[in-house]
Design a protein around this ligand. Structure first.
Ligand code: MFK
Length: 556
């Protein structure tokens, strides 16, 4: 009998996640720690014992759009995968949205919720996408102050009873683009009875099976541009389940996230309600963007951790050149690099979640609120890139097996690519961060906060402080340069700042872990993360970029 390699195994992701466990001990008060550990243990068991085996078994199953019934009637049914059919019950039972709105947890509600979201996401086959939008819709409705819609939708969006649970879509992207939504072509026409009818085409609607959606449209007679858009609330189906003047044109044929039935659809007079004023729609949908960007970060980290977990297990059992892979110095060097990037990203994400909770309970001052507004795009853009790069490395760590579809590994890489695209690409989020930094005070506040955090880490951070200060200064100097080069270098500035935030937050954990638990691991992660460099600004000139981009002009 020839040699057979055993497959990587996935144990309970909570039990083995030293970084998360230690962070929750640091960040949560004692009573919530115990409750969270119990909930996380249960969710982790579900992931390892039920959801992961299902993901492998259902690898080739995808959702299906059935436009017509056998007799030619338009029905636009979307058939979901078995795992997706299971997820609403899991969502309600584990309170995946509810935790974030649970008054009993006070300012810690978001941290508690997002730790669970992170544990669950890689096992959810992108069910996390409608949940992210559900959470975002709940937040946007609450912020809008529209009592009628809040009373109607909020109990559903945060339900603990699967029969009551609704999810929400966010229908923003059109053929004119998902980044520049100011060119939105969907029209809103008053229906004469206080409601509206919507006409237009939405190019990318995740997910079309939701019971409600928030979307942008241009009220009839309003001008052009983003300010003239308004935020609308829609319930796509009537009580009998039929779509109300909406046609699903097709499901999108995507590189990854294929279990998620993203649809292209046409609105042909769909009934809708205005959420707030008949303008300022981008401003009103911003809470959805911020919420889903944090979900996106948690998802990117969840995928990265899934890959690391599988590879760590595999490397312990895979023999090469006479020793386990895990004992090979070259392997360890590469693995540790990805682990360090992951741990820094996780600390950044948990910090943002904790501050979101504080902000929602009125406990974040003006400076904190400004920094949180800056941190969200920085977190999303950096974790999106970390996931793609890290998972690519993880796939390579498996050698040829990582390239074979029925190991269940390649899908991780295909799926991860979306984290740096949707909810704002790396460049678009870098530009968003530049808009926030246009306020000089935010620069000063960010610098002061980062330096203060380094000081608070005491001796542990001493050897890191000069590099952090130099990176912030370089980012600030590049920003202060002429506007043209600043915009061209937005990504470099944003990436550099992201790495500074992530490192400083990892150092806070490292200092605590050493002091309270005698654990040197997080400090090792900080050293390795810094060894990868903080500066991401290159010297490339705008003129060179133009020359290299415009090939056509010189072609003969
Ligand atoms: C696992 C999780 C998965 C989640 C999956 C979801 C799948 C959905 C698929 C998609 O549809 S992906 C496409 C998503 N598209 C985006 O994320 C949009 C990306 N583009 C941006 O974020 C642009 O920055 C933006 C469209 C917001 C810019 O638009 P504008 O027209 O240039 O607006 P502007 O002037 O920047 O902002 C207008 C107002 O909104 C300003 O407020 P005021 O009117 O009071 O001055 C801004 O301050 C405010 N604003 C913009 N972004 C904000 C914000 N406020 C708070 N937070 C923000 N993030």
């Amino acid at each position: 009998m020839s040699f057979i390699q055993s497959a990587p195994r996935l144990d309970n992701p909570w039990s083995s996640d030293l970084a998360l466990r230690s962070a929750m001990r640091r960040l949560l008060p004692a009573d919530l720690q115990a409750a969270h550990a119990g909930d996380a243990e249960e969710l982790g068991r579900l992931v390892a014992d039920e959801l992961y085996p299902r993901q492998l078994a259902e690898r080739l199953v995808e959702p299906r759009h059935v436009p017509f019934d056998a007799w030619g009637e338009r029905i636009d049914r979307i058939e979901l995968t078995p795992l997706w059919q299971r997820m609403p019950a899991i969502t309600a039972q584990h309170g995946l949205v509810w935790h974030g709105y649970d008054g009993g947890k006070g300012e810690y509600a978001r941290l508690y919720q997002f730790a669970q979201v992170y544990l669950m996401t890689a096992a959810s086959d992108f069910w996390s996408c409608p949940l992210a939008m559900t959470d975002g819709a709940a937040r946007a409705l609450l912020d809008s102050g529209n009592r009628e819609l809040i009373e109607r939708a909020l109990p559903r969006l945060t339900a603990r009873d699967p029969a009551q649970l609704w999810t929400s879509g966010q229908w923003m992207t059109e053929t004119t683009g998902g980044s520049d939504v100011s060119r939105t072509e969907t029209r809103a026409v008053p229906d004469g009875e206080g409601g509206w009818r919507l006409y237009g085409r939405k190019w990318f609607t995740s997910a079309a099976t939701s019971e409600m959606a928030l979307l942008l449209a241009r009220p009839e007679g309003a001008g052009s541009g983003g300010d003239a858009l308004a935020l609308f609330y829609i319930e796509p189906r009537d009580a009998s389940g039929r779509l109300q003047n909406i046609v699903i044109d097709r499901l999108k044929d995507k590189l990854g996230s294929r279990k998620l039935p993203t649809a292209e659809l046409t609105l042909g007079g769909a009934p809708a309600r205005l959420v707030g004023e008949p303008c300022r729609g981008v401003r009103m949908i911003a809470p959805v963007l911020n919420q889903t960007r944090v979900w996106n970060a948690m998802a990117a980290l969840s995928y990265l951790r899934r890959g690391l977990q599988l590879l760590r297990d595999y490397a312990g059992r895979r023999e090469v050149f006479g020793a386990p892979l895990a004992a090979q110095p070259a392997f360890r060097q590469t693995f540790a690099g990805v682990q360090a990037e992951f741990e820094a990203g996780l600390q950044f994400a948990l910090h943002v979640a904790a501050w979101m909770g504080r902000a929602e309970h009125g406990l974040l001052d003006e400076v904190g609120s400004a920094l949180l507004r800056l941190m969200i795009p920085l977190l999303k853009l950096s974790t999106g890139r970390q996931a793609v790069a890290g998972i690519s490395e993880i796939i390579e760590g498996f050698g040829g097996a990582g390239y074979i579809e029925d190991t269940g590994l390649p899908v991780l890489l295909r799926d991860a690519q979306v984290f740096s695209i949707w909810e704002g690409t790396t460049d678009v989020l870098s530009l968003d961060a530049m808009k926030v930094l246009a306020n000089d005070r935010v620069w000063a506040q960010a610098r002061a906060w980062l330096e203060g955090e380094v000081r608070a880490c005491g001796d542990v951070a001493q050897s890191f402080a000069p590099a952090i200060a130099a990176a912030i200064e370089a980012a600030a100097m590049t920003y202060r340069a002429s506007d043209g080069s600043r915009i061209g270098k937005a990504r470099g500035i944003a990436m550099t700042l992201s790495r500074c935030f992530a490192l400083v937050l990892l150092l806070r954990q490292a200092e605590w872990s050493l002091r309270e638990e005698g654990d040197r691991r997080p400090l090792a992660a900080a050293r390795r993360f810094m060894a990868h460099g903080l500066l991401r600004i290159d010297e490339a000139s705008a003129e060179d970029s133009e020359l290299l981009t415009n090939e056509g002009a010189r072609a003969t």
